[in-house]
Design a binder for this molecule. Structure first.
Ligand code: PLP
Length: 381
């Protein structure tokens, strides 16, 4: 391998949110990675750091072209640079989009379990949440299309926020899934937003389907922050193909003060999307080794913890229903007794109460340590 994923960045006692833990604790929670950022990105950041002036910045044509080339070469889709809007983060974008596309008290639909901020961007904006639970069957999750349609009709839903691939279940939605969902939404004039922040993190041999490839009406949020570990640089894109709507969204981002480029993000993103293909391939290979380790470890040592993740993201979704503990209690006691810090499933919806989420974007040694702590906790239970 060209890149060394066993060598981690030292994040303890830095201002890392993930690693702001006690010395004996092992954080496998918030969705960022412990690997060293790709050297080509570090070089690009260092180069502009020595300039000595970190003033207001703008995203250059090269920046938008880098996104365009990446999506064309990796995801077989041509995104018009005119449809791209810079935004500081995907959550900020979703938050602003909810205000721009709906009115107070309107109904917004999501599929649960899902990334926790999907709930807050709706409720904190004084909109009502309409939740359709995913169907959990044979260790897999499925969209309940009938429930989605019935609730849209009943509640006059205006907006739908989709996660593609889906955090926390790690599922890559198929072309058929997205088409079927989009057709229901289009029938009732429900605007669809697709959050595709995890799209580059897929098991080798797998590909995600950009929702935009089903319909250009779907507003899409994309970013290099998960796959290249750049969340602290605050940079993402929202793609809106309808020019009138694009202007409206851009004005809202400007008004919300989330549309101004970060000085360091611009060169970092260009470097990521220009030089990152081999890095991402190797990263996905390494993550698969970690995933396989967990799968085999559970099978051999903790057969009552069920591995139910799909083929995307570095977040594993594990079924702990056998132990009869609500996942918030499970996570709290696990941390107190062993120092292993993971996310409880209730964070992602009421139907997440029998699951935990573990972030395996760290060294295999740390993953082994995590599994052994989980085993220690579950001994005798
Ligand atoms: C589905 C999803 N969307 C958005 C985010 C956060 O995006 P940002 O840091 O750009 O706000 C995350 C982070 O975990 C996520 O999982």
């Amino acid at each position: 391998m060209k890149y060394n994923f066993d060598k981690l960045s030292e994040r303890r006692h830095t201002h890392s949110e993930k690693w702001n833990v006690k010395d004996n604790e092992l954080p496998m929670w918030v969705a960022d990675m412990d690997f060293m950022v790709m050297p080509e990105i570090q070089e690009a950041v260092k180069k502009v750091a020595t300039n000595g002036s970190y003033g207001y910045s703008f995203p250059t044509e090269e920046f938008f072209k880098a996104y365009q080339n990446w999506w064309k070469s990796r995801h077989d889709i041509e995104i018009d640079t005119k449809s791209m809007i810079y935004v500081t983060g995907v959550v900020s974008a979703l938050d602003s989009l909810v205000r721009t596309l709906t009115n107070a008290q309107d109904n917004v639909m999501i599929l649960s379990p899902v990334y926790n901020n999907f709930f807050t961007v709706v409720t904190s904006n004084n909109r009502n949440l309409i939740v359709s639970d995913l169907i959990y069957q044979n260790d897999n999750f499925y969209i309940d299309y009938q429930d989605v349609e019935e609730k849209i009709k009943k509640h006059n839903v205006k907006l739908f926020i989709f996660c593609n691939p889906h955090n926390p279940i790690g599922k890559i939605w198929s072309k058929e899934d997205i088409t079927k969902l989009y057709n229901i939404l289009a029938k009732y004039h429900v605007q669809m937003i697709s959050d595709e922040i995890h799209c580059d993190i897929v098991d080798p041999g797998y590909k995600y389907v950009p929702a935009m490839s089903i319909s250009k009406d779907i507003i899409t949020c994309i970013a290099p922050s998960k796959v290249f570990n750049l969340a602290g640089l605050h940079s993402a894109l929202t793609v809106v193909n309808n020019p009138e709507l694009k202007n409206k969204v851009e004005a809202a981002f400007y008004h919300d003060d989330i549309g101004e480029a970060s000085y360091f993000a611009v060169p970092a993103v260009i470097a990521a999307y220009t030089y990152g293909a081999e890095y991402v391939d190797e990263l996905n290979q390494y993550l698969l080794i970690n995933k396989e380790y967990v799968k085999n470890y559970l099978k051999d040592n903790l057969p009552h913890v069920k591995y139910v993740s799909g083929h995307a993201t570095y977040l594993l979704w594990l079924d702990i229903s056998h132990y009869g503990l609500p996942s918030d209690v499970f996570a709290k006691e696990l941390r107190e007794q062993t120092g292993l810090f993971i996310n409880d499933g209730l964070h992602y919806g009421k139907n997440g109460g029998a699951f935990i989420r573990i972030n395996i974007a760290t060294s295999l040694d740390n993953v082994k340590d995590g599994m052994s702590r989980l085993n220690q906790f579950l001994k005798g239970k």
